[in-house]
Design a protein around this ligand. Structure first.
Ligand SMILES: [Ca+2]
Ligand SMILES: [Ca+2]
Length: 326
């Protein structure tokens, strides 16, 4: 009743925008954005595939995996077991995540069609950063001396070890039969690509170079590299073997993701973390967020960009629909 009365005046509109603008600033300030979560506790680390976003939701018991349907707006709690789940990824009816139930370091897969959870690998050693794509799960696992890259073929139910060296091989991503990761050396780090079908491995960087945080979609790999003290985004295309520098600005960056012709990452050029997008079709870079709070842990599928946003003082999931270009 009170809202109806004040909404009839100019002052009422300002009051309306003030109260609702503080809570949901994107709805009236910027178009193309959807605030997926508004809970006062933290929601973070979204991953997207098709119409589905998986993310970590904290509640009084800990951190659980949740699922949000972009089309229907429906929400689903995937795990509810009072163990902390972390770092999730989603692909075609499956969600992969890690947890520490039983004092072990576990990699788990949730089958959305069957509605059941499957333990992929567990035990005492450290397993981290599970990634999922095109029927394969990849993660990093500590073998007592260093981290190695492991993969699991979902349809065959077979686990295999990809790396065996003394270096720390970390942060795998997987798509189209390719696995990418970063390998830390005594000086610097370099990006590796492994072709599952050919069982061949390609090293992108050379001695002394610092390459990190690779991501892959089909034949295209994006990664970050330090060049004369600047941090730049690069694209390597396995189809023609070319490597191209994408960014002009050399500010620190993190977490690039690629899907089709679109690349997202987080950039510090404005003094805080913002999500940026590069369209390979148009050759144009777009700043997605410009709020002074941090936006980070982004992922992209099609024209949908998801990320974690701290503008409300806690962590929330936001969704942006990119509609420029062809
Ligand atoms: Ca929140
Ligand atoms: Ca920001």
């Amino acid at each position: 009743m009170i809202k109806i009365i004040v909404a009839g005046s100019a002052l009422g509109i300002i009051v309306f925008l003030f109260f609702f603008g503080v809570q949901w600033p994107l709805f009236w300030k910027e178009s193309g954005f959807t605030r997926v979560t508004s809970d006062k506790l933290d929601q973070y680390n979204p991953a997207i595939y098709g119409d589905l976003i998986s993310y970590i939701n904290t509640d009084s018991d800990g951190a659980e995996i949740c699922l949000y349907n972009i089309v229907s707006g429906e929400r689903m709690e995937v795990t509810d077991d009072h163990f902390n789940q972390y770092v999730n990824d989603i692909w075609d009816g499956y969600i992969v995540y890690g947890d520490a139930r039983g004092g072990n370091s576990n990699i788990l897969l949730y089958d959305l069609i069957e509605g059941r959870e499957v333990l992929i690998d567990g035990g005492g050693e450290h397993r981290m950063f599970p990634a999922l794509g095109d029927g394969l799960i990849a993660w990093q696992e500590f073998d007592g001396d260093s981290y190695q890259i492991m993969i699991f073929n979902i349809s065959r139910g077979v686990k295999s070890q990809v790396t065996r060296g003394k270096h720390n091989d970390r942060h795998p991503k997987v798509s189209g039969g390719w696995i990418v990761w970063q390998s830390d050396w005594e000086e610097g780090s370099t990006v590796f690509l492994h072709d599952i079908r050919e069982n061949s491995t390609l090293q992108l960087g050379g001695p002394g170079e610092i390459q990190f945080s690779p991501s892959v979609h089909q034949s295209r790999v994006v990664f970050l590299q330090l060049v004369d003290g600047e941090c730049h985004l690069f694209l390597h295309d396995m189809a023609d073997g070319s490597t191209t520098r994408i960014t002009e600005d050399g500010a620190d960056k993190q977490n690039p993701s690629i899907h089709g012709d679109l690349i997202t990452w987080e950039d510090t050029r404005n003094g805080n973390l913002d999500v940026y997008l590069y369209d390979l079709e148009t050759g144009l870079e777009k700043q997605i967020t410009d709020h002074p709070a941090d936006q980070y842990l982004s992922d992209i599928y099609g024209r949908w960009v998801v990320y974690t946003d701290e503008r409300s003082g806690d962590m929330d999931i936001y969704l942006f629909e990119y509609n420029e270009g062809p």
